[in-house]
Design a binder for this molecule. Structure first.
Ligand SMILES: *Cc1c(COP(=O)(O)O)cnc(C)c1O
Length: 400
């Protein structure tokens, strides 16, 4: 059992379980029970737990220097930035500590781009229903979800939201004040909702036609999660600005805002900053994550196990069509749309020692570490099957 009272702010509803250590796709609880981790700390532990290469990189850097501030050159950061630039559309990288901060940088950059071009009135950003961009004042306004906005005073101005997939509504929302569109290529918290490639191409064309910047929020979808380094690569559409975080530090807090030189034109010295962002510990770990994710064959592995997982989940759905309605997603970012409450399903899975994560639209997300094996995928689906069978039994009992 967890603590009955806690001094921690009660903003989280925590499961009554504490993990003591992890290895690969497994977490070991204080009592010694082993859990198969298909949540990966919400898509953060991209290389699983206690990956020897990451442990070595962190401890080696820890014995040299932890923090120097951005008043000095940080060679590990130059190197990580260069590698990200080489691997993507981007020319420029800004390091920070979280997804929300990466999005804040993206939002500020898009506004400053237009201001620098003589159009400070172009500051509004169009976002999409069901979006999640973080929990700062600006990013809750961008996400547009009432449950996150309410009670926190005046909503930050400058965000206009349109229904996902409604191109007519989108075009109608573009005004002379619009600066950018901001979109997750696959909505994560919103329920693993994939944006079709044709729609992304349409967004790109609209941006080009109206002089808008296209911002992709790849905080959850990035760093190999979908089987490509970044999810937008599946569509062939490139953004002007992109945020990434979660998986990029493999569990060490790290975010990045990547951009073309043109999109970043307004971000002159002094225009933005962060004390911790890009510190040597984070940069060392980020480089170590890339050593592995960029290694030949790594993404092939992700795509191979993802296919196995998807096939097994499809047959699970066929066996329990009342419980599992639909399988969604790309690569190792999969969602089960459920016919039972997603929190109940996640709890039933946890009772089978499988960790999965509820999302919006009554979905449970499966976000295993990218190093997960086919055997572990098979074990996970057996555990999901047990959970589904139990809930299926409950449904049938209720129908009788
Ligand atoms: C998690 C997430 C964020 C916020 O990241 P934090 O590190 O929690 O600030 C932003 N966008 C997306 C798509 C996310 O999944």
């Amino acid at each position: 059992m967890g603590p009955v009272t806690s001094v921690l702010l009660p903003n989280y509803v925590r499961a009554p379980i504490a993990f003591e250590r992890g290895e690969g796709a497994w977490l070991v609880a204080r009592g010694g029970e082993r859990y198969l981790d298909f949540g990966a700390g919400v898509a953060v532990n991209a290389l699983g737990h206690a990956h020897p290469h990451l442990v070595a990189a962190l401890t080696e850097q820890a014995s040299k220097v932890w923090h120097v501030s951005n008043l000095y050159e940080i060679p590990e950061g130059e190197r990580l930035g260069q590698r990200l630039v080489d691997a993507t559309f981007a020319d420029i990288a800004f390091f920070c500590n979280s997804g929300a901060e990466a999005n804040e940088a993206a939002i500020k950059m898009a506004r400053k781009y237009h201001a620098a071009g003589g159009h400070p009135e172009r500051f509004r950003i169009i976002t999409f229903e069901g979006a999640f961009h973080g929990r700062t004042l600006a990013t809750i306004a961008a996400g547009g979800q009432q449950k996150y906005i309410e009670g926190f005073g005046p909503k930050v101005d400058g965000f206009d939201q349109v229904p996902a997939g409604d191109m007519a509504a989108l075009e109608a929302a573009i005004t002379p004040e619009t600066a950018a569109l901001m979109i997750e290529p696959i909505q994560g918290e919103g329920g693993v909702r994939v944006v079709p490639a044709a729609e992304l191409r349409h967004l790109r064309a609209l941006c080009d036609r109206h002089g808008l910047l296209l911002i992709m929020d790849e905080v959850q979808t990035g760093v190999g999660r979908t089987g490509r380094l970044f999810a937008h690569e599946w569509s062939g559409v490139t953004p002007d600005i992109m945020s990434a975080a979660k998986g990029i530090g493999g569990g060490f807090p790290l975010g990045v805002c990547l951009a073309t030189k043109e999109a970043a034109r307004g971000m002159v010295p002094g225009s933005h900053g962060t004390t911790f962002g890009g510190n040597p510990l984070a940069m060392a770990v980020g480089n170590a994550v890339l050593d592995i994710v960029l290694a030949p064959g790594f993404l092939d592995h992700v795509n191979r196990v993802a296919l196995v997982l998807k096939q097994k989940l499809a047959s699970l759905r066929d066996r329990h069509p009342q419980v599992v309605l639909e399988i969604r997603g790309e690569g190792l970012m999969l969602g089960l749309k459920l016919g039972v409450p997603n929190t109940e399903f996640a709890a039933a899975a946890r009772a089978e020692h499988l960790l999965a994560i509820p999302a919006g639209d009554n979905v449970v997300r499966l976000l295993p570490p990218l190093i997960v094996s086919e055997d572990e995928v098979a074990q996970a689906v057996e555990r999901l099957e047990a959970a589904a069978a139990q809930l299926d039994g409950g449904l049938r009992g209720a129908a009788e």
